[in-house]
Ligand binder design. Structure first.
Ligand code: HEM
Length: 415
């Protein structure tokens, strides 16, 4: 295994030698779980076809960005009502925020949102959380490195298989139901779009739009997209409570640009400060510190280091987001990393939270839409602060992803 760190090295690999780093290594647990299908961990040509399909499904037809924006706005309203019910008292927000943000993925994939107490939604969210926790556990890391030595010790972590089997059973049942009511002229979900492609695909020995691939694709999108964005949003609320002066600046900009209307994506361009704060939350939150592993399909030289064909490569995104050359104050929460001296928003090329190259995150645009709309709606309606007498801790709960440590927060309603 080779570890690449720092922006320039990671960029040289993933961008300048994109095709060489487009594959995934054989990771024992993931290969067993996914049987090399789906998107996240597949090789060959499946991932290319699935990626293309997923991008266009999120962009085109009835699921175009306006429709997705409407779904997010509806979910923001529900989340505001749920927060209001706490009446400004301290509460632990992880379940409710994760459920609300996950509901967008559910709605895009299945065609309709579910109530927060719907048993299917609650089970899906718990299932994915448990699996992300298990994947980050030291025993699974050891098993992936020395599978034959640690197979026996995997023990209770075997629940990862039952969780996955349960999720796949749910997805399979959903597909069977959607097949029965499919109307090619009224595609309402990503599953519908896939089923239409399935009908169009000409018979050939290498079919891509099969039921099995649909089950793996949906499972991958659930796994990669359900908790990631809500974790970033929870970092955002915690950071606002920790830095009230930054929170006030965001609220002032919301008042100036949006007033009491509903936030929409068109506002983003007029809100450089809020945009910079959201980008800094992505950087500081650093939720995917090691990215997802890559694999070299040819010999390659990266920044003078020779890496042979067939090497597993970890891109330390953490080191990129803390690269001193690109971020003036890497260890501080400093929105100025994304602002010029006149207060205009500036992109910072080293913000690789979603990675780069051929296997970069397919949900990047969707995640950014969700972050902007949820963040502005919540800050328009509430001021976030620590419970009386409490000190907020910014230490991350490290695993495969980094979430804030369990904490309580107060959402004080604003007039
Ligand atoms: C703020 C939220 C998110 C962050 C920080 C994030 C980050 C990442 C990262 C670092 C990777 C690995 C890229 C690589 O291997 O080089 C990735 C892959 C992926 N993400 Fe995300 N992601 C987020 C949200 C989402 C959402 C909402 C979806 C669902 C649509 C999603 C779907 C995927 C998929 C399917 C892959 C695998 C792509 C492939 O293997 O070709 N992600 N993401």
């Amino acid at each position: 295994m080779v570890v690449l760190s720092g922006y320039e090295t990671v960029k040289d690999a993933l961008v300048n030698h994109a095709e060489v780093f487009a594959d995934r290594p054989h990771i024992p647990l993931f290969s067993e779980l996914t049987k090399e299908k789906g998107l996240l961990f597949s090789n060959g040509d499946i991932w290319r076809v699935m990626r293309r399909f997923t991008f266009s499904a999120l962009r085109d037809f009835r699921m175009g960005s306006k429709m997705i924006e409407d779904k997010i706005t509806e979910e923001c309203r529900c989340l505001v009502n749920t927060f209001k019910a706490y009446g400004g008292k301290p509460f632990e927000n992880s379940t409710v925020v994760t459920t609300a943000v996950a509901n967008i993925i559910v709605s895009i994939v299945l065609g309709n949102r579910l109530d927060y107490d719907d048993p299917t939604l609650c089970r899906l969210v718990t299932n994915i959380r448990e699996n992300i926790r298990i994947i980050g556990s030291p025993m699974v890391q050891l098993y992936n490195t020395f599978p034959s030595l640690f197979r026996l010790f995997l023990g209770s972590n075997k629940e990862i298989y039952t969780n996955l089997a349960e999720m796949q059973e749910f997805v399979t049942k959903t597909i069977t139901n959607q097949k029965k009511k499919l109307d090619v002229n009224d595609q309402r979900s990503l599953i519908d779009a896939f089923l239409v492609k399935q009908k169009e695909e000409k018979p050939n020995p290498k079919l891509h739009f099969t039921d099995v691939n649909l089950v793996f694709l949906v499972s991958d999108i659930f796994a990669a997209g359900m908790e990631s964005t809500s974790t970033v949003l929870r970092w955002g609320l915690l950071l606002m409570a920790k830095y009230p002066e930054i929170q006030k600046n965001v609220q002032n900009e919301i008042e100036r640009v949006i007033g009491s209307g509903e936030p929409c994506l068109m506002h983003r361009k007029q809100m450089p400060y809020t945009d910079a704060v959201i980008h800094e939350i992505l950087r500081f939150g650093n939720i995917a510190p090691t990215g997802v592993p890559h694999y070299t399909s040819q010999d390659v030289t990266i920044k003078e280091f020779f890496i042979p064909k067939g090497t597993s490569v970890m891109t330390l995104l953490y080191s990129v987001l803390k690269d001193k050359k690109y971020f003036e104050k890497p260890d501080e929460f400093y929105p100025q990393h994304f602002l010029d001296s006149d207060g205009n928003f500036v992109k910072n090329e080293a913000l690789l939270s979603f990675s780069a190259g051929k296997r970069s995150c397919v949900g990047e645009n969707l995640a950014k839409m969700k972050l902007f709309l949820f963040f502005t709606t919540l800050l328009q309606n509430f001021t976030f602060q620590a419970p009386p007498g409490a000190t907020l801790d910014l230490t991350g709960d490290a695993g495969f992803t980094i979430a804030p440590l369990k904490h309580e927060i107060c959402a004080i309603p604003r007039n």
